[in-house]
Structures are given as C-alpha cells and as structure tokens.
Design a protein around this ligand. Structure first.
Ligand code: PMP
Length: 370
C-alpha cells in the first residue's frame, strides 16, 4: 500500500491523526459515552413500520428539507422553538462540520476551551480553519469573566462551548455562555450532546436563544436517546442559521431511512429516554465510589465521569483492558474517563478499579492517597 506521505495530501493535513477511539470486542465498553440500553422493543417495532413505509419510495430522493423530522425535533425541544429553527444531519459531528464550513473555513478561527471534545480541532482543521484552545479556570470550570476575556482576546469566527463538557463532565452556567456570546464577534455554538443527563434544575442554553441570532444549540440522538447507530444530530438556532447551512450541505444528506428511523423514535421519546434516570444514578454512584478509592472525581452533569490521581493513565487503561473493560484515556495528565453503564457494568468497573488500586498501588498518585 502507498503511504499517506506519498499521496498529494493537503499540506495542512500532513501529520495529523484521525479520530480513533478503539472499537474492540470487549466484555464491557464504557469508553465512548454510549447509552448501554438497547432500543426498547415497542419503539423498534414502530420504527420498523416507519422504515418499511419509506422503502417503496427509495427510487426517489428523500425530502431534502426533512420537514416532518424537523417538526418533531422542534416539538421535542420545546421552548417555543419552531421547525424553521431546527436543522439536522448525520450525527452532531456532521452538524458541527456544516456549521464550521459555513461560518469558519479557510483563514478563519474556531475556538474552544481545552480540554474539550477531541473532534473540534479535527473538524476545524478539515475545513481549513485554525483551532484556538483557550484555558479554563481550576477544576475545568469557566467563569463568565474567563470566558469574556478569552473571547475578547482571540475574536474567534466560531466559538464552541461544550456543556456538559466532554471529557471533564463540567457544565457551564448560563451567565458564562451569555458573557461569551456578548464578547464574541461570530457564531457561538453550545454543544449540548449530553444535555439530557444534566441534574434536575440545571437550565439548558436553549433558554438563551430568544434575541441571540448568532447562538446555536447543538444536540444529538446518540447519547440519551440510545440511538448512536442511527446517526442523527441536530441544532436549534435563529431560522437564518438553518438557511445558512443550506449553502454547504450536500443535497439529500439525510437518507429517507435515517429520517424514518429518527422520526419513528421521536414518536416514543419518553420510552427512548426512559433509562436516563438509571444512567444518572450510575453516574452519581461512580462519582461517590471512585472517590472512596482515593481518587479525585470531577463533578459531572453528563453520562460519564473523569477522575484524577492516576500516576500512569496508559498503564491503568491497559489493566482495565486486560479485564476486558474498555475505558478512555483522553491524554489528560493523571486522568481517565469512564462512561456510566448499566448497574452491572458500573459494578464491574468499580470492582476492577478497587482490585487494580490494591494490586498495583504504584498506579495511583501519591498525592491522591494522602
Ligand atoms: N459532541 C460531543 C461533546 C460528543 O462527545 C460527541 C460524541 N462523542 C459528539 C458531539 C458527536 O456525536 P454524534 O455525531 O454521534 O451526534
């Protein structure tokens, strides 16, 4: 096989690595923040009927405007959002890519607060933009003042705020988001991929949409909806933003089958989301129990937690892997991330962590055990 170096690759893509979370046949996969529960039987039956109805029409291109799906997404979001304000694509990664294609692009900048979702710099690079990774306050928080200062300094064309943040779990206050918006010259995306897992009473940035035409809230059916394999992400914003992405989207980008699958699932959103509370319980259990083993756990509003106090994250990752448990080393010094699974999966993870800590005490940092 020819090597990448021998191909006439774009100069700005040389030397960068693709997204590569491992997909391995292990006993317990708690590394990419998936929902551990399968699609309920009743919903699956309904979705099959929806897809079956779309099949004879597959000789024709699908509805380019996916009107029915946008209507249902708007209803699901509430907050008085209309279907004209909603847009969807094959996963929120594609939503973000379309937004960056139209509002960033060559010679422009995309900014976020590190550490954050690893795809942001890759998508930015893919559209020819420069990624700016600003710094957070202690414990990965971002105060309104920190946000305002960094945005005012860098003046990014696109600002992307992940809340709750992957991989740290940190949620941003509406004050921080509003302060960042006021300081930003361009589009501000709040990636709420994990919003449904936030604690009761914590508001969504959807509340900030009225009167903020440069604000975009991105969501996905991959996490709380247990629909990662269906590939459906979406955003809510001023209707003009949805109009703008029409300039770059490929015609008919959402297949009739995708539209039918997503629309069918949305008819049963209550059932699809039924396990969210169980997952939140396991998340809270992880926070409590990992701390009891002498690690420091960051507060999480998501379906995963990040903990620190690991002397050698790579070695500890390998110890879990040897036990057929896949967790995530995001390359943050001293830290590992784990997704809240079923009760049994969470138990298996906690038992393994206790065992590893006991058998390989050198993998836990000295400060952590003090
Ligand atoms: N945003 C965040 C913060 C994520 O963690 C992920 C997936 N891990 C995505 C977006 C993309 O998800 P999807 O393309 O499946 O909607």
């Amino acid at each position: 096989m020819t090597s990448l170096d021998e191909l006439p690759l774009r100069d700005d893509l040389r030397g960068i690595a693709p997204y590569g979370a491992p997909q391995e046949p292990v006993r317990i996969s708690i590394n990419v923040n998936e929902n551990p529960y399968s699609v309920p039987e009743e919903v699956a039956t309904h979705v099959i009927q929806h897809i079956a109805r779309s099949l004879p029409g597959l000789n024709r291109y699908p509805d380019r405007e996916f009107v029915e799906l946008r209507e249902k997404l708007a209803q699901y979001l509430g907050h008085g959002i209309s279907r004209e304000q909603v847009w969807a694509a094959n996963g929120s990664n594609e939503v973000l890519q379309q937004l960056m294609q139209v509002f960033a692009g060559p010679g422009r900048t995309v900014m976020g607060f590190n550490p954050t979702y690893s795809m942001y710099p890759l998508i930015a690079r893919g559209v020819g933009s420069e990624w700016i990774g600003a710094e957070r306050d202690s414990d990965f928080e971002i105060s309104p003042e920190t946000a305002r200062k960094a945005v005012a300094l860098h003046q990014p064309d696109v600002l992307i705020l992940c809340s709750p943040n992957n991989p740290t779990g940190t949620a941003l206050s509406l004050e921080t988001i509003a302060a960042a918006y006021d300081a930003a010259p361009g589009i501000v995306i709040v990636d709420e991929a994990y919003a449904e897992f936030r604690p009761d009473g914590m508001p969504s940035a959807l509340e900030l949409l009225p009167g903020r035409p440069r604000l975009v809230i991105s969501r996905t059916m991959s996490k709380a909806f247990a629909y990662a394999g269906a590939r459906l992400g979406y955003f809510a914003a001023d209707a003009a933003v949805a109009d703008a992405v029409r300039l770059v989207r490929l015609p008919y980008h959402l297949s009739a089958i995708t539209q039918a699958a997503a629309s069918g699932a949305l008819d049963y959103s209550d059932l699809m989301l039924a396990q969210v509370d169980l997952i939140r319980e396991q998340r809270d259990r992880l926070v409590e129990e990992i701390a009891k083993l002498g690690y420091r756990v960051y507060p999480s509003a998501s379906n995963f937690v990040m903990f620190t106090g690991v002397e050698n994250p790579n070695e500890m990752f390998e110890e879990f892997y040897r036990r057929s448990i896949l967790i995530r080393d995001n390359g943050i010094p001293g830290c590992l991330r784990v997704t809240a699974g079923t009760e049994a999966e969470t138990t298996a993870f906690l038992d393994a962590l206790a065992e590893i800590t006991r058998e390989r005490p050198e993998l836990q940092s000295k400060e952590a055990t003090r």
